[in-house]
Design a protein around this ligand. Structure first.
Ligand code: APR
Length: 285
């Protein structure tokens, strides 16, 4: 972004500067990082917003602490709360937002290098972002497997279990021929589990990007939260979020677009001259 534009204080010049940077073709390799905040307007609660966040609304599950519902050790002893929640979170019930459509527009323009998402709602995929451009850092509901033998589990039986809020068990046999009978869960990354290999294989991409866009995340969970810091100093980092997070704003080329992400995305699209195109694309999503 041109040196005489102050990027710390958000004003129209700053958004204009980012729009100009993109319009002038200086952003060819954009890395986008997203969290639950981009799906709240689709009707999916985020995790930590006071009052509305998922973790503030799990009393009915009688958990020892909120994150237990996504913690492997707790799940081993008490898998039912997760299956009760999984029915409410399961993809296919929600429509992508204009923010999801914006990520797809970047890809259509040939300037999306990679999307790292923490979300398990598959809405970026449903918005049209191709599979090879998405790193689902915290997994997704797309597949499911046994937490003991890691054997896969049929999708139709998982859907049945989730609909009936019943806990499915592994169908594989152990080497000795005994039924494994381990607990099965969707391949979403629980606390206590490793992130997918694809996350680590692609973790250096932010250092090769010419623009970073972080949207709708508190950046409170490592190692995902480290991604923005891998960008080189000269790479502009745009944060679109209701609050400043993750030390963004500490570098001269950071741009903080604080507020509702759908509204801020419209502002950025307008600065790029893409607002009509974005609205039309979203209308078809
Ligand atoms: N517009 C802009 N920002 C929003 C909006 C919105 N409509 N809604 C929420 N936000 C912001 C919140 O203020 C918060 O900063 O998005 C962020 C959401 O943060 P979290 O609820 O912590 O969600 P996320 O960052 O995705 O959580 C990370 O925690 O529980 C684990 O694995 C889970 O992937 C999840 C990880």
């Amino acid at each position: 972004i041109d040196e005489n534009t102050p990027t710390q204080t958000l004003d129209s010049r700053t958004v204009e500067a980012v729009g100009k940077y993109i319009k002038d073709g200086r952003a060819k390799r954009i890395v986008v990082m997203t969290g639950a905040g981009i799906s709240t307007s689709a009707g999916i609660p985020d995790f930590r917003s006071p009052g509305t966040g998922l973790y503030a609304n799990l009393q009915r599950l009688k958990l020892p602490y909120a994150e237990a519902v996504f913690t492997l050790d707790y799940f081993r002893n008490n898998p039912l709360p997760f299956y009760i929640l999984a029915q409410e979170l399961y993809p296919g019930q929600f429509r992508p937002t204009i923010t999801h459509a914006f990520i797809n527009l970047l890809n259509e323009k040939g300037i999306l290098l990679k999307l790292f998402t923490q979300n398990i709602d598959c809405l970026e995929r449903e918005a049209g972002v191709p599979d090879d451009k998405i790193i689902e850092a915290h997994g997704s509901f797309a597949n499911q497997s046994c937490i003991d033998c890691k054997g896969s589990f049929p999708k139709d039986l998982m859907l049945k279990a989730i609909n009936e809020k019943s806990v499915p068990h592994c169908l594989h046999k152990s080497p000795s021929g005994e039924p494994c009978d381990g607990l099965v869960k969707p391949n979403i990354v629980f606390f206590g589990e490793q992130l997918p290999g694809a996350f680590f294989d692609n973790r250096d991409l932010p250092s090769t990007a010419d623009l970073i866009i972080v949207m709708g995340t508190s950046l409170s969970v490592a190692p995902f939260s480290q991604l923005p810091s891998f960008a080189h100093d000269g790479t502009p980092r745009v944060l679109i979020n209701s609050e400043a997070v993750g030390g963004l704003g500490s570098r001269t080329d950071d741009v903080l677009m604080l507020g509702d992400c759908d509204g801020q995305v419209r502002k950025l699209a307008e600065a790029c001259g893409w607002l009509e195109e974005l609205e039309a694309m979203w209308a078809m999503t």
